[in-house]
Design a protein around this ligand. Structure first.
Ligand code: PLP
Length: 370
């Protein structure tokens, strides 16, 4: 792990040297936004810790305010906070299904979804990436035997492509399955008003559980399930990562509330536009130079390399050039599909994007990747 000094801006001090940051999920730059910092500082008057799990010592007002705001933002009856996205996925999935049920999971889903499915003891069926025809076949074979849960990343975290949500909603209806979407990388970022991949695909109403995180685009920390009152009540009673863990502290809750206000404002719309422009600029330049960006449709832009060794050398050489981007290898991605995972932020300038692209191109040529 590297040592970073300073806030997660477009440039950071890495092990004492200034580098361009191209691997943060702080997509809108909110992690150092003055409104979030001020809200967080003010909330410290209520103390630093929440003291216990909410079923033990009760809710703080900020827990309830944030859940109400999240439900309004997502257009659901209710929302329930979790401490992290990892805790949300393991808690939600293992609560909703159990032995005798079946989880249908996209092959490229995040590790926390896989862990939730394994923890649930339900039958775990992985379908080929975004292949709704294959999923339909698997669902029809399973019909009538226990509860079915279809779960997918909204935006795939290592590929930057978007799940076929409209088709998944249709399949969930037809086969009487629950549909859960993990929008860790879409929340605050995608859709005209930042509601996420569901908004982008025009299907928010058809998703039973919209899971999202607050530590990426929202620049804070934590996660939530936005769903019906019935599902949220059920999760309060059954999701063990909610029940048996100390709840989020006031400063974090207040930062998340402030983040939603920014996302919902004209400034939020401007940041989303800038992010989308930055992503297109970067991707276009790399594709023109001959790189494979693996079907990315978002601010997550993988640069395909292939072998693990070349990928890690690529990342090291870029660091020497002042560009901080991680090489991704197994077990995070399948063997032979190692890549640089580049993530754009709204706070990158066009000059910084051009600089990063040119350096990736020159190192890519030196390593014969292009
Ligand atoms: C980051 C991520 C998570 C985990 O969220 P944390 O809040 O970081 O624990 C879950 N799902 C996906 C798709 C992610 O990218």
């Amino acid at each position: 792990m590297r040592l970073i000094a300073g806030a997660q801006g477009s440039r950071v001090q890495l092990d004492g040297k200034e580098v361009l940051l191209l691997c943060s999920n702080n997509y809108l730059g909110l992690a150092s936004h003055p409104a979030l910092k001020a809200a967080s500082a003010a909330a410290l008057e209520q103390g630093t810790g929440s003291g216990a799990a909410r079923l033990v010592s009760g809710n703080m007002e900020l827990h309830e305010q944030l859940e109400e705001r999240l439900a309004a933002f997502k257009g659901t009856e209710r929302a329930l906070l979790f401490n992290t996205g990892y805790a949300a996925n393991t808690g939600i999935i293992s609560a909703l299904v159990g032995r005798g049920d079946t989880v249908f999971s996209d092959r490229l889903n995040h590790a926390s979804i896989v862990d939730g499915a394994l923890l649930s003891r339900a039958t775990f069926v992985r379908y080929p990436h975004c292949d709704t025809a294959a999923l339909e076949k698997l669902l029809s074979e399973k019909r009538g035997k226990g509860r079915c849960l279809i779960v997918t990343d909204g935006v795939f975290s290592m590929d930057g492509d978007i799940a076929p949500l409209a088709a998944l909603v249709g399949l969930a209806r037809r086969f009487d399955a629950l549909l859960m979407v993990d929008d860790a990388h879409g929340s605050g970022v995608l859709g005209a008003t930042g509601r996420g991949s569901g908004e982008l695909c025009g299907v928010t109403g058809g998703i039973d559980v919209q899971m999202g995180t607050l530590g990426k685009g929202f620049g804070s920390f934590g996660a939530y399930a936005a769903a019906s009152a019935e599902i949220c009540d059920y999760l309060v009673n059954k999701a063990r990562s909610f029940i048996f863990s100390t709840s989020l502290p006031p400063a974090v809750l207040a930062a998340s509330l402030a983040a939603i206000e920014v996302v919902d404002s004209a400034e939020g719309a401007r940041l989303r536009d800038q992010l989308a422009r930055n992503a297109v600029l970067f991707k276009t330049r790399l594709e023109q130079a001959g790189f494979d960006t693996m079907g990315s449709q978002t601010q997550i832009i993988p640069v395909f390399v292939g072998p693990a060794e070349t990928t890690m050398e690529f990342s090291q050489l870029l660091l020497e050039e002042g560009i901080f981007v991680q090489g991704i290898r197994p077990p995070t991605v399948p063997a032979g599909s190692c890549r640089l995972r580049c993530t754009l932020m709204a706070t990158h300038t066009e000059e910084e994007i051009a600089e990063a692209a040119e350096k990736i191109i020159s190192v890519g040529k030196a390593l014969h990747v292009i």
